[in-house]
Write a protein that binds this ligand. Sequence first.
Ligand code: ATP
Ligand code: MG
Ligand code: MG
Ligand code: MG
Length: 467
Amino acid sequence: MDIRQKYLDYFESKGHRVVPSAPLIPIDDDGSLLFVNAGMVPFKGIFTGEEPIPNPPRATSAQTCIRAGGKHNDLDNVGYTARHHTMFEMLGNFSFGDYFKKEAMAYAWEFVTSPEYLALPIDRLWVTVHENDDEAFELWQDHVPADRIMRFGDKDNFWQMGDTGACGPCSEIFYDQGEQHFNGPEDYMGGEGDRFLEIWNLVFMQYERDIQGNLKPLPKPSIDTGMGFERVAAIKEGVFNNYHSSIFMPYLEKLGELVGTTYDYDAPNSASYRVIADHLRSTSFLLAQGVNFDKEGRGYVLRRIMRRAIRHGYLLGLREPFMYKLVDTIGKVMGAQYPYLIEKAEAIKASMKLEEERFFDTIDAGIKLFDEELENTTDMFNGEVAFKLYDTYGFPLDLTEDMLREKGIALDSEGFDRKMEAQKAQSKASWKGTGEAAATGDFKELKEKFGQNKFVGYEHKTYHTKV
Ligand code: ATP
Ligand code: MG
Ligand code: MG
Ligand code: MG
């Protein structure tokens, strides 16, 4: 079943305009977001009244999202939970001052439960509302018995894209994956566990938060929803873990070939497979959309994700570039929906390979240093060593932190910061000569070979202005 298409078709049949996924770098790049992190981002100007309300005042999309920094950051969840990815697709329907809570719930419930659409069993479903939202609590009872509706506070049921912008109370639909997945009290809806899987968030867009943090009512209450495509696909395929669905298995299989061992969920190294599969997707999309490895900004986020993946390859015993060998697989899995993954495959591979070569050059020595220091560590990991790992061996700080988390050891981040400050003071051009900056030359060559690698997005902007 093509869930993505069914979703778009369903909402089109309810008068929504189908809008293509916008690029990952916000078109209106006002600096408030690193990457598009939700389906509503391309429409944020319409919600806040900066852009005119389109006709029809309803839209639906399957939007690629990245949550690897900023307010929504799932980088540290990948490999640990069954449901998080750094890059995922969010299915959404949007009402711009048109329908509100009642209709949004009715649509969502029909799509989730109707035999024609997701056909999820009703006795597995739960919904949550904001604790003060009596209206939502009442309205849901047209569909769900009251004892299946839970009330939670701001942490779980108030949604915001970032520190500023459109936001509002929300209501979420959860799917109970079964008692066998119960891990303890943290497994409440919205908690850390995976038993109650959050599949769909319906946001009642009512406010705009300004820089001071104040909430001001939006011109018109609106609807923004987001459903996790990979999560729903996993449920429909009957697998508990997103990574075991057909959306991810091809990467795990191909990687198994490269490593020489078949992926085994129960093996101690299985998280490394999942991290690599995840990071392959986010890095491929970012590279395809024109982000390049860099020592700062978005390009540095890309580098951090990539180097985490390379380190996991190293843990699996790989000692030479391997990520670029998975690029054809992503083309096979996602190319029909995102043709630029195939069109840009050679450029993506070349960039990846170069970055992999760079890091494989120093990773051995870096890991040796890390291990030696770890042996001498009783309390906190020495910040100066973390700095040396960063400066000499190209280990981004968050990579070292990730490695320490596996060992349950904290980092002396003040020590790291002190070294960083000292180095900056020593030389204004302090980045020059570090493992990071030396990349520029090689990447410049690639750029010349493959062009600027600029992503010419869709006529998404036209959608706003045409109408
Ligand atoms: P969770 O609590 O599981 O982290 P969330 O509350 O942060 O999810 P929302 O911001 O409400 O997620 O996003 C809307 C929907 O997008 C979620 O209900 C979920 O289905 C999906 N989603 C969110 N984050 C991810 C992710 N990192 N990977 C895959 N799907 C995601
Ligand atoms: Mg989350
Ligand atoms: Mg949540
Ligand atoms: Mg949510």
